[in-house]
Design a protein around this ligand. Structure first.
Ligand code: CO8
Length: 258
């Protein structure tokens, strides 16, 4: 049981909803601990093949909890940042696709949380931003690194140095989100994307995720070697035989996920 989260598993999809709407789902230490725990649970549950993360109410997450942060010494702040990084890095490393269904404000630590997910679907009313400079700090849960990697260095600096809040459409235009849909279609669209991925060979999906994430931080020569090694595992799998065999026999592939 979680105090600040709802968690359920249905049809191979784990649904995680941050449920602290009175504080716009702000990430305090307890929420970060629970996020780590729930992603561990979803990751180790064999029934779960994809994860959808969303928020209750009008926010996805409005950032780290400012009331809690305000009481921290620099050393305690550092510990909180390390905890935030551990959560974001763990989400990124989970060997199942993670889709952020961004239902409202995704600010500061909320934008950082969405960026740690593999794919971001936003409702039309969602808002994104890294407003930390308004509080006298900079992003501390990975934003200075993940944002420029997603939207480019110039746009990353623009958003972090101005603290500007942008619309879902603008976020899609700059590559911060992959799809924008009406609010009532948000979870359905995230499910549709998850189901499309679940129809593919699971070993290929896991290999694609980790090869992209690890390779992104390597030089091209090392990244090429990584891809060659990483493609070897799915290449020798039954799913590869099935996928290619099905194509050649002009039939639908039946992977190990059925
Ligand atoms: N932390 C704590 N409480 C929050 C937060 C937050 N980030 N955001 C909103 N709340 C609370 C409000 O205080 C308010 O509480 P109460 O009802 O008790 O007064 C309640 O949620 C509702 O908020 P508002 O009344 O402000 O709602 P509005 O619709 O008027 O405004 C906004 C919505 C625009 C989202 C506004 O709430 C806002 O600007 N929130 C703060 C956004 C922000 O600055 N986020 C970045 C935080 S810093 C950060 O994430 C850095 C992470 C890494 C650093 C780690 C260092 C340790």
């Amino acid at each position: 049981m979680y105090e600040n989260l709802n968690f359920e598993v249905k049809n191979k999809i784990a649904y995680i909803k941050i449920n602290r709407p009175k504080a716009l789902n702000a990430l305090n230490s307890a929420v970060l601990d629970e996020l780590y725990a729930v992603f561990s649970e979803a990751s180790s549950n064999d029934e779960v093949m994809a994860i959808i993360l969303t928020g209750e109410g009008k926010a996805f997450v409005a950032g780290a909890d400012i009331a809690e942060m305000n009481k921290l010494t620099a050393l305690e702040g550092k510990e909180m940042m390390a905890k935030g990084h551990a959560v974001m890095n763990f989400i990124e490393s989970v060997n199942k696709p993670v889709i952020a269904a961004v239902n409202g404000f995704a600010l500061g630590g909320g934008c950082e949380l969405a960026m740690a997910c593999d794919i971001r679907i936003a409702s039309e009313n969602a808002k994104f931003g890294q407003p930390e400079v308004n509080l006298g700090i900079i992003p501390g849960f990975g934003g200075t690194q993940r944002l420029p990697r997603l939207v480019g260095k110039g746009m990353g600096k623009y958003l972090i140095m101005t603290g500007e809040m942008i619309s879902a459409d603008e976020a899609a235009r700059i590559g911060l989100v992959e799809k924008v849909v009406p609010a009532e279609e948000l979870i359905g669209t995230a499910e549709k994307v998850a189901k499309t991925i679940l129809e593919k060979a699971p070993i290929a999906i896991t290999a694609a995720k980790s090869t992209i994430d690890i390779g992104y931080n390597l030089d091209m020569a090392a990244a090429s070697r990584l891809e060659i090694e990483a493609c070897a595992a799915p290449f020798s799998s039954d799913d590869r035989k099935e996928g290619m065999g099905a194509f050649l026999e002009k039939r639908q592939a039946k992977f190990n996920n059925k």
